[in-house]
Write a protein that binds this ligand. Structure first.
Ligand SMILES: Nc1ncnc2c1ncn2[C@@H]1O[C@H](COP(=O)(O)OP(=O)(O)OP(=O)(O)O)[C@@H](O)[C@H]1O
Length: 582
């Protein structure tokens, strides 16, 4: 059968392809940004050195030349270097802000879309991914890039200082090493103290929450004194260690301040010592000695920044791992419009983890104009089966096919033209009512009105302050039933030929239920295929077949309970003669 390959089809591309391209873009932009920052950093270092050199040359040259011209040209140079340094700083700050904003904006949506389609607990994955993006954004928009550039350009400054005088070079090296070690130890101690205190607070709060939940039991059974003793013990246990770490961090902080003071003093003493030993202090040498502060400074704050650097690298690696885990999903393919035959063949599926597989060799066939209801107790896998049918979840074995093409391989945008899906959680996006129903595309109003009327959402929508133009995230709250009707209208938009409806008529009243029965009748007459789940018995009468999930397979409802030996189990009769076509 002819199939058109449709690689990277714009908004129709799969979520993992979007994430992959977002990560590739990010890597490219960050690499270009880093090269720019390094270049600017080198220019900044040279300008800083030139400014100090300029000042020292004034003090060394002016007494001997007594020339106003020297003063004038030095001042002109000073102003120009100062302006250039300011421009470099401004460009650096703008570049930092722009790259951190770019990363957050470029990665957030594809990451959430991608994780939302993963098995397991997608909401936890999504928030972990967003947390990782925020860590990255925070690290890049803070002091880290400036410190990283300062550390990367430090060898250049050190080389300059060594070139002037080896004693100044050795001194800078010693301060750099000592500063980074002490700063690292201090950050570690401060972090440990914060962690221990946080854990101890968490335990105490947990106990307080328990006590609040069972306050009456605590009072009634005289447990209060014991509870207080426990509480004090838990709080004391953590505080002793936290105080220890805090004291250690304080001592190291003092040592660090001492080091910074020693550095300032030793620069003066070094100059004085070298002068006494008869060495001439020329401008370049004086400047290089004064530059020691510039090179050592970043090393004194090394610990805190190293921590944020390692956190940013770890966050990036987590995002990359997420991409690798989803990279195997191929691009969607635009198959021809379906004649409509939905089949599940030897479908097997189970979520990762200890729970047994939900489906084994499941068979199902639904044709045009057929209405099939899936029933089963909570947790039997009804919603999961519907997600497999629409191709959001990929089966572990077998497959789900629409006219012979696996639904998980369809280009999502193409498939969406033929498919309406009502998920259990009727998530409504931040858009106007018309846009939500039109699936966030430019609304085709006759189609929007048709869908809203068929879903019984029209009356609700025209009652909103701006009717169909009302943004659905205003200060008013839609009831569950109203949200359900709007989500149903979204599924019906464009009269798709296949409808997959989870928890149909959930949160609707009796009148709403009766309207849904009418809707199912009209859909059948139009030749639309419908697969739905519901907890409303009255809707089952509208189905051509009612199927129940038993031991990972679909069986006609009423036959799903195994007969126990020696008993004649009375089973509920199916609403209609039910049959699984395979
Ligand atoms: N994303 C997921 N990751 C891991 N397990 C899941 C996930 N989604 C559902 N499950 C598990 O799969 C089983 C079937 O869930 P499903 O939501 O399909 O049941 P259901 O029959 O639709 O239930 P209900 O009628 O209550 O909606 C449950 O045990 C559930 O805990």
């Amino acid at each position: 059968m002819a199939a058109t390959s449709n690689p990277g089809s714009g908004s129709g591309a799969s979520a993992d392809a979007l994430l992959r391209s977002a990560i590739e873009d990010t890597v490219r932009i960050v690499a270009a940004w880093f090269a720019l920052m390094l270049g600017l950093g080198l220019v900044g270092v040279l300008l800083g050195f030139a400014l100090i050199l300029n000042k020292t040359s004034l003090f060394t040259l002016l007494p001997s030349t007594q020339s106003a011209d020297t003063l004038f040209s030095a001042s002109i140079f000073w102003v120009m270097a100062l302006v250039a340094a300011a421009v470099v700083r401004i460009v650096q700050h703008r570049a930092v802000a722009a790259v951190s904003r770019y990363i957050a904006e470029r990665l957030a949506v594809p990451t959430v879309l991608c994780t939302a389609q993963r098995a397991g607990r997608p909401e936890v994955l999504s928030s972990a991914a967003l947390g990782a993006i925020e860590t990255l954004r925070g690290a890049l928009s803070g002091q880290l890039p400036h410190i990283a550039i300062a550390l990367l350009t430090a060898p250049l400054l050190l080389a300059l200082i060594f070139a002037m005088h080896w004693v100044a070079g050795v001194m800078s090296l010693i301060f750099c090493l000592a500063g980074s070690v002490v700063s690292l130890l201090m950050t570690r101690a401060a972090h440990r103290s914060a962690r221990v205190a946080g854990e101890s607070r968490g335990r105490a709060f947990g106990m307080a929450a328990d006590a609040m939940r069972s306050g009456e039991a605590v009072l009634a059974m005289g447990m209060l004194p014991r509870l207080v003793r426990q509480w004090v013990a838990v709080a004391a246990e953590g505080s002793a260690e936290a105080w220890d770490c805090e004291r250690r961090a304080e001592r190291l902080k003092t040592l660090l301040e001492l080091l910074a003071g020693a550095l300032r003093g030793s620069v003066i003493f070094l100059m004085a010592g070298l002068t006494l030993s008869g060495q001439t202090i020329n401008a370049a040498f004086g400047a290089s000695v004064l530059v020691i502060g510039m090179v050592v400074g970043p090393f004194l704050g090394f610990g805190a920044h190293l921590r944020s650097l390692t956190e940013a690298i770890a966050a990036w690696q987590r995002l990359r791992a997420m991409m690798r885990a989803t990279a195997a999903i191929p691009e969607g393919i635009a198959f021809p419009p379906p004649a409509l035959r939905l089949t599940a063949e030897h479908l097997s599926f189970g979520f990762r983890g200890p729970q047994p597989a939900l489906f084994r060799n499941l068979q199902l066939e639904v044709g045009a104009g057929e209405i099939v209801a899936i029933v089963g107790p909570s947790g039997s896998g009804k919603s999961t089966l519907l997600r497999l049918l629409v191709g959001i979840l990929r089966p572990n074995g077998g497959g789900v096919y629409l006219d012979g093409h696996a639904t998980s391989q369809w280009d999502r945008r193409e498939l969406a033209r033929h498919l309406g899906y009502l998920p259990q959680d009727a998530l409504l996006s931040r858009a106007t009512a018309a846009e939500v129903i039109a699936r966030l595309e430019t609304p085709d109003m006759p189609k929007v009105l048709d869908a809203a009327q068929r879903a019984g959402a029209h009356a609700t929508i025209i009652g909103l302050p701006c009717g169909y133009a009302t943004p659905l995230t205003g200060s008013w709250q839609l009831s569950m039933g109203q949200r359900h009707r709007i989500a149903l209208a979204r599924a019906l938009y464009g009269q798709p030929r296949l409808l997959v409806l989870d928890e149909l008529a959930a949160a609707l009243d009796q009148q709403g239920e009766a309207e849904i029965v009418q809707l199912l009748r009209r859909l059948k007459a139009d030749g639309t295929a419908v697969v739905f789940t519901t907890h409303r018995p009255s809707l089952l009468a509208s189905a051509d077949r009612v199927l129940a999930i038993r031991q990972g397979q679909l069986v006609p409802a009423g036959e799903e309970r195994p007969r126990l030996p020696g008993r004649t189990a009375k089973l509920p009769r199916p609403h209609r003669p039910a049959m699984v076509t395979s």
